[in-house]
Design a protein around this ligand. Structure first.
Ligand code: AMP
Length: 515
């Protein structure tokens, strides 16, 4: 048996002298280029270092480090050693780490050098055998010290398609975060499908400004690059000036919708500055149709929106060649099945009806780590995964995501899909964006509540919004209150955190009644 994921990458024969990851020069450090040949040698050394720490196939290696090429080398080393790569959000606090390390029981924890002193005692209390460190400069950290003593050759540990490659904890806005178990087959099949669907070649250079502890930056961006033998320019964070500066050296940008919103505010964005690009991909949160239109107008490119999640990798994508329709995430990717069902009964719904999005295919994860009940509750007997997203399939066969099921507002017994109300509000002059949530209401169960962000200088108020919506939406869908804010709370992946908005406003109608 070969090592499924690694041999799939090898079979694509990336050229040894082709740059895999390039880190632009900064004030303090020169540019760093790591070729595919370098990555192979460095991951051999790192795999040996892991084995020296007693890592055996199936062991978890938990990693909470800043973004660097070496973190990707560590990911490759884990794959090659048959270990399970477990990246953790760099923002997690010690208290949060306690849960993840206790739950995942890794053999090794790799921490940023500056956090090792606080993480090491916690890890050893939880029975983790080794805490190592890894810096961002390609030289610092105990893991690199250990690796530098090892031979640059390693025989890949055999792994089948069903063996675990990674555990990614879901962002978990309600309840405990769950560890999604992803197999070698999940990762390899999705990366091959995407590389083909998006026409990646060895000549591509991807501008990579996403975090690498999340499925978007780690799997979508990095695995697709690996499968095509392309290059990535690695940026520590998204910074519009830096993206604009580097764009002439790149061909593809992958981002969350906020990237595009912010780049549109950049005076240099235009046809000339984007001339060398061939593809702009957006995902992880809904891209507003307005952003899609503004981008097309400024650059001449239609952003390609795709849809996926930690548990499933990518499920649907607007086409490379066909029509990219704003506000949709396109048809299912080849090999992936998507159906829309009645959320209560699971019965399939007709095209055009809104219901639960369910997914089946080689991309769908193996279940939640040590949570068999949660896992079986989220799969149908015929193998479809119940995504938790509500959606609809249009006559073209394109999927529309209407929002998370738990964001659905039920008011006076009627279902209100926030996106429908948000789309109407966003179309009102003076509105930049909006979020619609359900807030406990003494008469209606939940009251439809809108939080609106004004465009700079706009005067629009609650009365203007409500009168603009009159006649455009059924009465029960109209917001009971429209509130204004400076910005919507978003997480690192650009998702609006509606749970925070619900929390902040939970007494809104109670207060109104009392007052
Ligand atoms: P995560 O597991 O953090 O990647 O989050 C996955 C969730 O992000 C999905 O279940 C959707 O709710 C949302 N999502 C991802 N891509 C899109 C998209 N293109 N449009 C709307 N929602 C999206």
């Amino acid at each position: 048996m070969t090592n499924h994921m690694v041999s799939t990458i090898r079979s694509r024969a990336p050229k040894a002298d082709r740059v895999f990851i390039s880190v632009p020069a900064t004030k303090g450090a020169p540019r760093r280029d790591l070729t595919y040949g370098d990555a192979l040698a460095a991951s051999s050394r790192m795999a040996r270092a892991l084995v020296a720490r007693g890592v055996v196939p199936g062991d978890r290696v938990a990693v909470q480090v800043e973004k660097s090429p070496e973190a990707i080398i560590l990911y490759l080393a884990c794959l090659r050693a048959g270990a399970v790569y477990l990246p953790l959000n760099t923002a997690y606090t010690l208290a949060e780490l306690e849960y993840f390390l206790g739950d995942a029981e890794p053999r090794v924890v790799v921490a940023a050098p500056e956090r090792a002193a606080e993480i090491e005692p916690l890890a050893s209390r939880l029975g983790v055998a080794f805490t190592e460190t890894l810096g961002v400069d390609g030289q610092s950290g105990t893991l690199l010290e250990l690796a530098s003593l090892c031979e640059p050759a390693f025989e890949d540990v055999p792994r089948g398609a069903d063996d675990l490659a990674a555990i990614l904890y879901t962002s978990g806005t309600t309840g405990r975060s769950k560890g999604a178990m992803l197999s070698h087959g999940n990762l390899a099949s999705n990366a091959l499908t995407l590389a083909e669907a998006w026409r990646f070649t060895p000549d591509d250079v991807l501008l990579h400004a996403l975090p690498i502890f999340h499925t978007h930056g780690l799997f979508v961006a990095t695995n697709v690059t690996l499968m095509a033998g392309s290059s990535m320019i690695f940026l520590p964070r998204f910074e519009p000036d830096e993206i604009m500066r580097l764009m002439p050296a790149a061909t593809v940008l992958m981002g969350v919708p906020t990237f595009y919103v912010r780049l549109l505010q950049h005076p240099e964005l235009g046809r000339e500055t984007t001339r060398g690009m061939r593809l702009f991909v957006s995902g992880s949160a809904p891209l507003l149709a307005e952003t899609h239109a503004a981008w097309a107008e400024r650059t001449g490119y239609a952003i390609l929106e795709r849809y996926g999640m930690t548990e499933t990798n990518m499920n649907a994508s607007n086409p490379y060649d066909g029509e990219r329709v704003a506000g949709t995430v396109g048809p299912p990717l080849p090999g992936v099945e998507i159906r829309v069902t009645d959320p209560d009964t699971g019965a399939p719904l007709a095209q055009g009806e809104i219901g639960m999005v369910e997914i089946r295919g080689p991309n769908v994860f193996k279940g939640y780590w040590r949570m068999p009940e949660k896992t079986s509750a989220e799969f149908r007997l015929d193998g479809f995964f119940i995504s938790g997203d509500l959606g609809m399939i249009d006559p073209r066969g394109y999927l529309h995501i209407v929002g998370r099921g738990k964001d659905l507002v039920i008011t006076g017994g009627y279902n209100v899909y926030p996106k429908e109300v948000e789309t109407e509000i966003d179309a009102i002059p003076g509105v930049a964006e909006s979020a619609v949530i359900g807030v406990a209401h003494p008469d209606f169960g939940e009251g439809v509540t809108a939080i609106v962000i004004r465009k700079p200088g706009a005067q629009v108020d609650e009365r203007t919004i409500l009168s603009a919506l009159e006649g455009r939406l059924a009465r029960y869908k109209l917001p009971k209150r429209v509130l204004f804010a400076e910005a919507l709370p978003r997480n690192t992946m650009g998702k609006v955190q509606k749970n925070l908005l619900r929390d902040e406003n939970k007494d809104l109608y109670a207060r109104t009644k009392a007052g």
